[in-house]
Every structure is written in C-alpha cells, then in structure tokens.
Design a protein around this ligand. Sequence first.
Ligand SMILES: [Zn+2]
Length: 196
Amino acid sequence: MAHIDDSLKAALYRITCPDSATLGNFHLGLLPEDATTQISDHLAICPHCVREIEQLEVFLAETAVSLQPSTVERIKVWIAKRIPSGGQTGSMLGTPAFAMRGGDTGPLMYEAGDAQLSLEVQDDPEHPGRKSILGLILGVATESLEVKLLKQVVVETAVMLDATGNFNLTNLPAGQYELIVSGPTIEIHVQALTIE
Ligand SMILES: [Zn+2]
C-alpha cells in the first residue's frame, strides 16, 4: 500500500510540475526571469523535478562528450583549385618576379578556401636531375603550418612554413605528388601535382 500511496503522491505532485522541456530550458538558463524564479520555488518543494534535473544533467554530460566536434571536424579541409597564372591574383601574389625568370613556365597558382598558393617547380641546382618546389601561401595565418609532399600516400618530405608563408622543397625526383599544407585549423590539399 505504501507503494501505491507514493505513486499517487508523485502523480499529484507532478500535476503542478513544469514539463520536461521547461525544466530543460530552466537548467540551460534559457527561461525569462519570472519563469526562472517560479521554477526555483517549485524545485524547493518538489523532489521529482529535482530528480528530473539531476537526470538531465547526467544526460547532458554524456551527450556533451559526443557533441564535441572531433579533431577532423574542427579542421577546414580545402582542396586547392588550379587557377591560371598571372592575372589579378598573380599580381596580387607578386608573381611577376617569378614569371620573369627565363625559360620557366611560371608558377602554378592555386586557390584553396581563403588561401592562395603559388608553387614554382624548378631544377634543383644542388641536386642535378632533381627538382625543387618554391612555394608561397597567402591568405591564412602561416604559423604552425606544415607542408608535406606525398607520393602515393607516402610522405616524401615535410617542412614548416616560414613566417612570411614561404617554403622550399628540394631534391625531388620527377613524379606525381600530392601536396598537403596542414595546421591546427586548416588543411589544404593540392592533388595531382606533377613534377617533371
Ligand atoms: Zn515538480
């Protein structure tokens, strides 16, 4: 009998109880002031709602973990798009100096999200038969950015970007590469980069 009595008491209590959504909003601090006061007063006398809030806290603590964006989701991944050399973007990057170099075809220009990339493939003077890539990245914070050159998923070489956004990769055999610039918040992929 005591059990039935408790249930009945609980049912009676709960007639005056705010609904779960209201309790949830109360807990999250989303209610207007007068409603907040009202529910605070109610919680002072209602063990059921207190328990419901406690359960809500546990639930929120558990889901908060799964709602945390994963590392991958926090990083913006941009696939670089090749754009014609020269033109407006080219002069913005100061590439005419590169383009003046006799015999070279000029730098490869890319756009990737907020970033602009200029890659100039040259003969590596220190390693006969090998190539080098002189790169420049603008439009993004250059600190803590690493530049990796991959050949069939294997990292061939990796360097840190300098403060002005320049990097230099040397001693590269001809081939098809993927260049990845990665940092704490961004990742830029230059796919199918052919060095010949
Ligand atoms: Zn209640």
